[in-house]
Structures are given as C-alpha cells and as structure tokens.
Design a protein around this ligand. Structure first.
Ligand SMILES: *Cc1c(COP(=O)(O)O)cnc(C)c1O
Length: 424
C-alpha cells in the first residue's frame, strides 16, 4: 500500500495491504468505486447493512431529523426519536426486557452490558464478579470486550490490561453435553456474575455455528444458579440468522441483550443494550452511588435514533421476512453447490449466513490464503473478506439471485485458482 494518505485504517497492515478502494456511492447490494466500476457487497459492509445501501426511507428519515434536532445531551433530557425507538425495541425484543440503554457501537453495547451485570451484583452487596465467555468469542475491540473475547494475535500486546474470564469451550456438535456440564459447574461456584454468548453464530471467531437447543439449556442453567445471561446479538440481530433475533430460535429471554450493527439498517452508528427490570431496579435507589455510571457524548443521537425508528418501520411495512426467507433458500442452494465441489470443509449455513473453511497448513486468522483470496475476489468485482481460511457470505437482504450467483461463481473460481497458484 502506498503511504500517501494520513488515514490509518482498521485491522489493516499498511505494509502489505493493497491500495484502499475508494467508494463514492452505494445502493442496494452495490458499491460504486471512484473509477465508475462496481463491487457486490457480499458482507453487508462488515455486517451492518441489512435492507441495502442508501435505502430511500432511511435516507429521508435522516434528512428530516437532521433538519429538526441534530443532537442534545441525554442525561436529564430526552427526545421523541429515542422514546419511540425504545418503545419499539421493548415490543420487538424477547418478552421481559423492559429498559433500553443507548450507546454508539457494538463494543460499547457490550461494555454497557458487562457494567450492568457487575453493577447489578455490586449494588446488592453480593460478591459475584466473574464473567464466563465462550472460546472463539468476539465481543469488540475495547479493553473490556477484548477481555471477554478469544485471546490471540489481535490482543497479545494488550494482554496485561485484560481481565480474566472463565472460558467455556465452544459447544460444537457432539460436545454440547460436556460444555453444559462445565457451565453448570462454573455456575455452582457462586461467584459468576454473568455468562456472555453470541447466540447461534460466533462471528469474528470464524462464523462458528451452534444450535438453539444448547442455548436454551444455557439459559436454564444460568437461571437455576442466578447467573445473568448476556446475549451479544450485535451481529446476529436484525434477521441475520433467519429470525429477527437469534435468541428467538432458542425460545429464551436473556437478562441483557446487545444490539448495534443492523439497528439503523446499517446507515449510522448506534447501539442499544436492553435489560430486565431487575437490573434497572438494582441501580434505582435514593443512594446516588448506585447510579449507572456510563455515558458517551453522543448517547442516543437523534439522527441515529431516527434512522433506527425507520429501520423498524421498514421491518413492519416491507416484506423483510419474506426477503430473508428467500435469501435463506438461495444460501441453502449455494451451500449445496459448494459442498459438491469438494474444495471446502465445514460447509455451513445459519439463516442468511453461509460459510466454508479451506484446508491449509496455517489455518487461523493469519492464514496466508486470506489476503490472496480477498485480492482475487475484489479483482472480480466482489467484496468478500475472509477470516483467515474461512470464507463467508453475508449479503444485504436485497441482493438479487443474479448478484448472488456472481458472488458464488467468483468465490469458487478464486479459491480454485488461488489454491492452484499456491500449489496447495
Ligand atoms: C461487530 C461485533 C461487535 C463490535 O461491534 P462494533 O460496532 O464494531 O464495536 C461486538 N460483538 C459482536 C458479536 C460483533 O459481531
């Protein structure tokens, strides 16, 4: 990459990365480059765009809000978009979540969740401070969320700052009984404040899929031992797994639910952490020391909230569920097609998300094949961003059959070509 810009990009090794692609416009599932060519956005611009880029209704809602109220302090103040959005979220979320705390990103939604869980116990004078998290988990890139996430090359430098969590093995098929037993034992220790999970799909950990029944059992065990359950649905929320929230498939209500990414349809940064009345009540007191001490400057920014309200209106008025069902069907066909090639391992799907692994000697996030594949995909007009030797397709719900066919043609051809050139 040439060093001609002052911009330092995220998760980018500037030494070896190719020049950045300059995107000047987008609509539906397409990104338009400065040179006029287009790319199919097969990863929803890092998992955020749900209905498609520049959905006219969200664009209009943002314009309307921007003209009326841009920003207002949220401590001691409120505004109609935040109130409407909170009511809608409580109505849509699994029953029993009655309070909504706003922040700005998935990471902050999870930070808020962890602080709520610790505050819940602290304010009652009960010593429960340990957090249980899954192996291969990803919950964000702040110090707290990295602590809950898998340890590895991405956070080795910061390890001295990270707090310890109890690590529960990933509940892969065939070992779920053992994992649930481990959880039961951890919970019996009496000092566990909360279990945090990404329901049904561990995203950045490699699109690892697990079953609703195990999640259901985790809820039963945590409930039995008074351990709080935090569902990080930052990625899985807003239809990705086939239902509005992945928790629905396990028929559970977590104590805390984290939402971000698709909350605004992927148009603007906004996050919400929903919690049970009991968690709010543990902070509700004449004692000001029991206040929930968290804020960010832009908490509940009106323009972001207006985008989120319109996202929910789109869910109500447009056939979003039908679009998702159709995409699930197309993804199922694609998964069958990829299985038949014999090029891939662990060909899998959960709702609208499809993923495959490629057999390489250096499997993992730094697998050498990742950047080679990404380059080839982009050269052929498709935005796919492998997680090491895992390639996944997570398109916006508006993607057409023709566009998705191109994505899979390019995926298959690029993998075959790169494997051949690398002599693998
Ligand atoms: C992306 C993601 C986050 C972090 O969200 P940001 O908005 O990038 O901070 C947290 N949890 C999960 C499961 C995610 O996929």
């Amino acid at each position: 990459m040439t060093d001609r810009s002052p911009v330092w990009h995220p998760f980018t090794q500037h030494y070896s990365a190719p020049d950045e692609i300059n995107v000047v416009a987008a609509s539906g599932a397409l990104l338009k480059r400065a040179d006029g060519s287009t790319l199919i956005d097969a990863i929803s611009s890092w998992w955020v765009v749900t209905h498609g880029h520049c959905h006219p209704r969200i664009v209009e809602a943002v314009q309307r809000q921007a003209e009326n109220l841009d920003q207002v302090i949220f401590a001691g103040f409120t505004h109609p978009s935040a109130e409407t959005l909170a009511q809608e979220l409580v109505a849509l979320a699994p029953a029993g979540l009655s309070k909504v705390f706003y922040s700005d990103s998935g990471s902050t939604a999870v930070e808020v969740a962890l602080k709520m869980a610790l505050g819940f116990w602290h304010n009652q004078g009960i010593k429960r401070t340990r957090v249980v998290a899954l192996e291969h988990a990803y919950h964000g890139d702040t110090i707290g969320t990295m602590s809950a996430g898998e340890r590895g090359v991405f956070n080795a430098a910061y390890a001295p700052l990270l707090f310890d969590v109890e690590r529960l093995p990933f509940p892969a098929p065939g070992r779920t009984g053992e994992v649930l037993d481990r959880l039961d034992k951890m919970c019996r220790s009496g000092d566990v404040a909360a279990l945090i999970v990404e329901p049904l799909v561990l995203g950045a950990g490699g699109m690892l899929m697990w079953d609703p029944l195990t999640l259901h059992e985790m809820r039963r065990i945590t409930e039995q031992h008074d351990v709080l359950l935090i569902a990080d649905e930052v990625m899985t929320g807003w239809g990705r797994t086939g239902t509005l929230f992945a928790s629905e498939q396990a028929e559970i209500t977590p104590d805390i639910l984290c939402l971000a990414k698709g909350l605004t349809g992927g148009h603007l940064p906004l996050a919400a952490t929903l919690c049970s009345q009991a968690i709010f009540d543990a902070h509700y007191s004449p004692d000001r020391a029991k206040t929930f001490f968290h804020s960010s400057s832009y908490t509940a920014n009106p323009i972001c909230c207006a985008a989120a309200v319109e996202n929910i209106n789109i869910w109500k008025d447009e056939p979003v569920r039908e679009r998702i069902a159709k995409l699930c069907e197309m993804q199922e066909l694609a998964v069958g097609r990829l299985s038949a090639t014999g090029l891939f391992r662990n060909v899998r799907r959960c709702g609208t998300i499809a993923a495959v692994d490629i057999d390489v000697a250096d499997a993992g996030y730094l697998a050498g094949i990742g950047p080679l594949l990404q380059r080839s995909f982009l050269e052929h007009g498709v935005l796919l961003r492998p997680l090491g030797n895992t390639v996944y397709v997570m398109p916006p719900y508006c993607i057409t059959r023709e566009e998705l066919d191109v994505v899979y043609d390019v995926l298959e051809d690029s993998v075959a070509q790169v494997l051949q050139e690398a002599g693998l």
